[in-house]
Design a protein. Structure first.
Length: 317
């Protein structure tokens, strides 16, 4: 009798495991988006525009309608201001319109023209205090720091004899900036009068520099996966692994999670997409292949079975 009871129990456990929903927390399935805590995720997707993912409800809505003239955008750290860079009608590639808007009521806080020569597709970033705008280098300009009226306060073209790379800039909480020259991650002082090398990386190529809100952690994509380190360059570790390619790390507001793009692949001559999942930002290595690690949480909207797709900007506010 005892042996027969044990066999029934084993079959019951097996059936219960097999009956788990794909999105239900369990071994190999990951948890639900609600476990990631508060905040809203903003992301570009195809012709849908800039979308928002509500973590509490796993629902998606449109934050900004699709706009072919939009080159870049950012949302303030506190989630209250929206900055957009867009083509000026008839301005060619040399002029953009920058608009800073209050998300609560749609009021325009600032609007100005930025002329810098081949300015198309710049991705401006707001400082934490929403007083400055950093613009990554273009083909004609170096790294620009603007005020909210568009005046150029600082223009950084090179450091230690190397040009500042066209992407990969990020604000620190004290209004200093991280930037890239070659394989070096560098940091300015808040007055932009000095800079120093935080870390020289040993990768053929890397990209997608991200900083935690409190400025203590840095993440980036290199060697097909995501890496993380302390902001002083110490303790560099690989934190994602898979049979595919990972890109575009973004820290959660509390710094406890990393949202990353998985299964990165091309969709055409100039198109790329990836799927969104989150891993703990604790410096451990997580396998983000589907079903490989229950600590990996896929960003699956209610009623769907696969993580959300992304093909451009990505923020967690």
């Amino acid at each position: 009798m005892k042996k027969h009871a044990l066999n029934i129990l084993a079959v019951t456990i097996l059936l219960a495991a097999c009956g788990k929903s794909k999105n239900e927390p369990g071994p190999g399935n990951g948890g639900t988006p609600a476990q990631l805590g508060p905040g809203t995720i903003y992301y570009d997707w195809a012709n849908d525009g800039i979308l928002t993912f509500n973590l509490a409800t796993a629902t998606v809505s449109v934050a900004q309608q699709s706009d072919v003239g939009r080159n870049g955008w950012d949302i303030s750290i506190d989630g209250t201001k929206y900055l957009q860079a867009e083509d000026k009608s008839g301005g060619g590639y040399d002029t953009e319109i920058y608009t800073l808007t209050d998300l609560a009521n749609g009021t325009v806080i600032s609007r100005f023209e930025k002329v810098s020569g081949y300015a198309n597709h710049t991705f401006p970033k707001l400082s934490h205090d929403v007083k400055l705008i950093a613009v990554p280098p273009t083909y004609d300009d170096g790294l620009l720091v603007l005020d909210l009226q568009g005046r150029v306060l600082h223009h950084l073209t090179a450091f230690q004899g190397e040009s500042i790379a066209k992407g990969d800039i990020n604000w620190m909480p004290d209004n200093s900036l991280l930037f890239r020259t070659g394989n070096k991650i560098c940091r300015t002082n808040p007055g932009f009068t000095q800079a120093w090398v935080i870390k020289e990386l040993n990768f053929a190529d890397w990209k997608d520099l991200a900083v935690s809100r409190n400025g203590t952690k840095v993440a980036f994509a290199a060697g097909n996966h995501i890496w993380m380190m302390n902001a002083d360059g110490s303790n560099l570790v690989q934190v994602s692994a898979s049979g595919q390619v990972e890109v575009s790390p973004v820290f959660s507001p509390d710094g406890n999670w990393l949202l990353i793009g998985t299964d990165y692949h091309t969709t055409g001559p100039f198109g790329y997409i990836w799927r969104l999942v989150a891993i703990p930002a604790d410096g451990k290595l997580y396998n983000v292949d589907e079903g490989a690690d229950r600590n990996v949480i896929p960003l699956v909207r209610k009623g769907e079975t696969v993580p959300e797709a992304n093909d451009g900007g990505l923020l967690w506010r």
